[in-house]
Design a protein around this ligand. Structure first.
Ligand SMILES: Cc1cc2nc3c(=O)[nH]c(=O)nc-3n(C[C@H](O)[C@H](O)[C@H](O)COP(=O)(O)OP(=O)(O)OC[C@H]3O[C@@H](n4cnc5c(N)ncnc54)[C@H](O)[C@@H]3O)c2cc1C
Length: 336
């Protein structure tokens, strides 16, 4: 698609969060354009779990259904990558694919998700989302009772050991880059029956996407069925920064700081899903999208009310505002 589009709201990102925001907005008769590069974070996984009513659904199938639902309410979905953003409250422009298309809108929802920054160990990328895992709630059930190794990276390793130990009796802690366990942690590992391997992990032995073994510095090779890693969660913050925001760094990664309803420090810019909350799973991301959609609609409704009052008080200025409004917001009924 080329040219220029106008809408009340441009949503960047068409994952669970962005599509849920778009549906909520469109059902309130807001015109919405979703720009989506089509690479949701959980795409490598066979199924999405803990998705009530759609348990185990293929991630791309879930989003295809979401797109159809959004389009059913008049949402326009643009396949492409938002490569730039500019403007201020009431008049933002999002540039798609280096300027092939531009979208002007009164409000921006950033639902661009995050990038999982994985440990730099050969084999991890190949098994990622299949037999190299991070989240016990997303894929723990699928590896229950299997041979699981937890790869240490930071001081937060115990959390994953405990949660995966609840799923299997055969859990090993590979210290790798993690600090040496404290005496208290050693006692906890012993109580759980979790052995520790101290050398650095050199590589995972993988067969397609299935990890078979872990090779450790010094020649040790341990057969495993799954490896648990701790990614750094790096939300895509480039567009937020282009709009004047600053990314927030935490021990777990980087994100766009937002209030519980998604409002950021930049007026008119909102964050939904993993862009604003690094730990949000699919349903939580969709819930965040609905909340953000409702909040943005409320924000626009208040702005529209203020304009209606001004128009009533001063019809001459109302005519001017209507012209400006048509320029900026377009025709809401037809989403032009
Ligand atoms: C391997 C793996 C498995 C997982 N399994 C589960 C599970 O079973 N159950 C569960 O609840 N959660 C699971 N999760 C977590 C789940 O992936 C996230 O909760 C969810 O994807 C977050 O939704 P989102 O809409 O915020 O981001 P995403 O789903 O990542 O969607 C973001 C969208 O924005 C697009 N985008 C990004 N930047 C741009 C741009 N500049 N322009 C246009 N489009 C852009 C992307 O291409 C993508 O389509 C898993 C995560 C991983 C890594």
């Amino acid at each position: 698609m080329t040219g220029a589009l106008r809408a009340d709201v441009v949503v960047v990102g068409g994952g669970a969060a962005g599509l849920a925001a778009a549906v909520a907005l469109a059902r309130s008769r807001r015109s919405v354009v979703v720009v989506d590069a089509g690479q949701p974070r959980n795409a490598p996984a066979d199924g999405a779990h803990n998705v009530l009513g759609n348990e185990g659904i293929a991630p791309l199938e879930l989003l295809a259904r979401g797109r159809a639902e959004a389009e059913g309410y008049g949402v326009r979905i643009v396949r492409g990558s938002a490569t730039g953003a500019s403007g201020v409250l009431d008049d933002f422009t999002v540039e798609v694919d280096g300027g092939a298309l531009s979208v002007r809108a009164r409000r921006v929802v950033l639902a661009t998700g995050l990038v999982d920054d994985l440990p730099a160990v050969p084999g991890i990328a190949e098994g990622w989302g299949s037999s190299v895992l991070h989240c016990p709630f997303c894929h723990g059930w699928e590896v229950r009772d299997r041979r699981i190794a937890v790869l240490g990276r930071t001081e937060n390793w115990l959390h994953q050991v405990v949660l995966f130990r609840g799923l299997s009796d055969d859990v090993t802690f590979l210290r790798h880059e993690a600090p040496e366990p404290t005496p208290e942690q050693e006692e906890q590992l012993a109580a759980l029956g979790v052995p520790v391997v101290t050398g650095r992990v050199e590589r995972l032995v993988v067969d397609g996407t299935q990890v078979r073994a872990v090779a450790v510095e010094g020649g040790g090779v341990f057969e495993v069925d799954a490896v648990v890693v701790a990614p750094r969660f790096l939300a895509r913050t480039e567009l937020y920064e282009a709009l004047g925001g600053k990314r927030t760094t935490t021990p777990f990664g980087e994100h766009v700081a937002a209030d519980p309803r998604g409002a950021t420090a930049v007026p008119g810019v909102w964050a939904a899903g993993n862009a604003g909350e690094l730990t949000a799973v699919v349903v939580a991301s969709a819930a965040s999208g609905v909340l953000v959609g409702a909040a943005v609609h409320g924000d626009l409704a208040v702005a529209d009310l203020a304009q209606a009052v001004r128009s009533r008080r001063d019809p001459f200025s109302a005519a001017t505002e209507a012209r400006v409004g048509a320029l900026v917001g377009g025709d809401r009924r037809h989403g032009l």
